[in-house]
Design a binder for this molecule. Sequence first.
Ligand SMILES: [Zn+2]
Length: 429
Amino acid sequence: MFWDKKMETLKSKDLESLQLKRLKTTVHAVQDIGFYRDQFAKAEISPADIKTLDDVEKLPFTRKQDLRDGYPFGFFAVPLKQIVRIHTTSGTTGKPTVVGYTRKDLDTWANLIARNMTMIGVTEDDIFQNMVNYGMFTGGLGFHYGAEKIGMTVIPSATGNTRRQIEMIRDFGVTTIHCTPSYAMHLSEVAEEMHEDLPTLKTGIFGAEPWSDTMRHTLEERLGVTAYDSYGMSELFGPGVAFECPERNGLHIWHDSYFVEIINPKTGERLSDGERGELVVTPLVKEAMPLIRYRTGDVTMLMEDGCLCGRGKKLARLTGRSDDMLIIRGINVFPSQIEHVLLRIPEVGNQFMVYIDRINHLDEMTVEVEINRSHFSGELADLAKIQKKVVKELHDTLELRTTVKLVEPGSLPRFEGKAKRVIDRRSDM
Ligand SMILES: [Zn+2]
């Protein structure tokens, strides 16, 4: 099913001419923003130099730090009275990033989300429980207005009170849920404790943190849903930038609205389809806060083959933000790899924490994981065997020696929003 069939299936010639037209508009729109005025002057370029889509490479990159430096309103391209909403990104380090929206932006964003949700077959007949934070985080209101646009029955349950969430799913006959994959896992554990099997659920939309295909199978089995991956970031409106279609082999990104490049993060050079690198996006339809060549820090590639569903080129599933990547004794480790290994081992549960320390100048990684309730007999010999198995499996995948601590079921923290499973204590030393 399509929400906007014409835009979703534009043929390359029509798509490219629309992209060029919108790119020119965007470059005009940013020229009075201080950062771009300086950058354009430095590179001796003006909007008139953009004649073809390849000319985008003449334009400067925009980095997250540039947005922080512009705090709070330095990147707004319209007067504040035209901005009808502000969101901020979670500032894990330093100041948050502020993003603004005009009335038209909010409508454009809701329509992009309506495209995503219609693509996976949800309609006005569906009942949608949106279990993410409704505050400054864009995930709550973003999905809310997209789902309302379709005409779904929306339950803005936000996060917290998991037992109440489960009662609402049961009592209201909820068919579709949206949350982080970690929260979905927690939800399934609590549903199990309550002996609720939630038979009306059919669709799960999970995003805001990277998750593996193993996690997908686990969530599908435990919740009885078909699970779809959703990718977004506040700088590019919020959620809804890229989304899986029913093929669930890569994420569609709306090329009429986002101009996509994949670059080598070290050299800035553009890579070909099928080559993995950093995702760089120039949004083509933003009014309040247009950006040029925004470096997402996320690692992916443009997939060469088209899609059976008839929409444009897809992005490969994202393996993690370059910020999430840990370097331990010179080896690159993504927390999603650890999760992937642990989910394959039936004797341990789904909850884990990773601690990284520097001891005698050497990086040491400790993984704490809960024993699966059904394997928790208290027999020390059994535990030693399981522990050895986890160490070996982690070593086989990561090529890294780790210390594994098995802990009691239910003893590790559960997360309602983005999970914080990695505690890097090296900087404290
Ligand atoms: Zn598709």
